[in-house]
Ligand binder design. Structure first.
Ligand code: SF4
Length: 311
């Protein structure tokens, strides 16, 4: 089995109480069976809190979110009371793993950091070195996996050419596929995303702002060229995370065009904010990722619409 991860993977460390958008707020967190057994066995005050603040009714227990959709064990200092009482090993798998994601091939597991975490976003977007994928172990690939692996390496090689304008690198990547994003109009995609499930009112406001100020594509491209390293990093992230899902549906073009469209949307959001610092890009990328990438339904609808547009 091969384990593969981006070279920045081990740089990540949760910033806990310093995090402005803690993942312990707003997400329903499931508790795996082993951890649930540990929680059930708790006695005293902690045991009572666990009985009261966990929904034990379904197949997979989960924390009952409190005021402001906070995890009931996230204290006023934004620290986890379970870690403070029982240690890090006592938190559920999903809490330990976040913001990591995993993709599986026949004999390969890929692990990455997800953009919905602001600290991961700083590491992913702010890096200046070309992306490298670290591989450990041995394994074989199917012909389809081999083809996609070569294609992805080619895309990374193109995107890693930081001396070239980002727009030229995008053209070189687009030469590898036939599909195109026919609807270049950012307002079209803002309307489309407004019809998707939304989590945060701020996201709705961002989309309204984009409809009011639909930047033409050449202005968006200029912005991305000015910040080519950040957008190449973003492009590589979306390719690393999503290209292999083409193994499930055979649709390679929509995964590559999704990377491009995502960069354009994040750039337009930053432009509407009239800001060009790394923290702004990280914040809009975090919001976009939480709303689109972390909803299987929304992600599927984006791929489907891109595919229809590129026919
Ligand atoms: S979002 Fe990231 S940095 Fe923030 S609390 Fe969660 S894992 Fe830590």
């Amino acid at each position: 089995m091969i384990i593969a991860y981006p070279d920045y993977y081990n740089d990540f460390c949760c910033i806990a109480s310093r995090c402005r958008h803690s993942c312990c707020i707003g997400w329903e967190i499931d508790i795996d069976p082993c951890t649930a057994a540990l929680y059930r066995a708790q006695k005293g005050e902690l045991g009572e809190r666990m009985a009261k603040n966990i929904d034990w009714s379904g197949d997979e227990p989960h924390f009952i979110l409190g005021e402001g959709e906070r995890c009931p064990f996230l204290n006023e200092n934004n620290l986890c009371d379970i870690i403070l009482s029982l240690g890090e090993e006592a938190i559920s798998e999903i809490c330990t793993d976040h913001p990591r994601f995993r993709n599986y091939l026949s004999e390969r597991e890929e692990i990455g950091l997800g953009l919905c975490c602001e600290e991961a976003g700083r590491i992913i977007i702010g890096r200046e070195k070309p992306l490298e994928i670290i591989e450990e172990g041995e394994g074989e690939y199917t012909a389809d996996e081999d083809f996609l692996m070569d294609l992805r390496d080619d895309i990374f090689d193109i995107m890693n050419e930081h001396s070239q304008p980002f727009s030229s690198r995008v053209l070189a990547v687009q030469d590898k596929i036939e599909g195109r994003i026919e609807k270049d109009n950012i307002a079209y995609w803002s309307h489309f995303m407004m019809d998707l499930e939304r989590l945060d009112e701020k996201w709705t406001q961002c989309l309204i702002n984009l409809v009011k100020r639909p930047y033409p594509l050449d202005e968006i491209e200029k912005y991305m060229d000015e910040h080519g390293v950040w957008f190449a990093n973003l492009f590589n992230y979306f390719i690393f995370r999503h290209l292999f899902s083409a193994l499930d549906d055979g649709d390679i073009d929509s995964k590559i065009l999704f990377a491009l469209l995502s960069c354009r949307i994040i750039a337009a959001l930053c432009m509407a904010d009239e800001s060009a610092d790394l923290e702004t890009v990280v914040e809009y990328a975090r919001m976009y990722s939480s709303e689109i990438e972390y909803s299987d339904e929304n992600l599927g609808l984006m791929f489907e619409r891109i595919n229809k547009q590129s026919l």
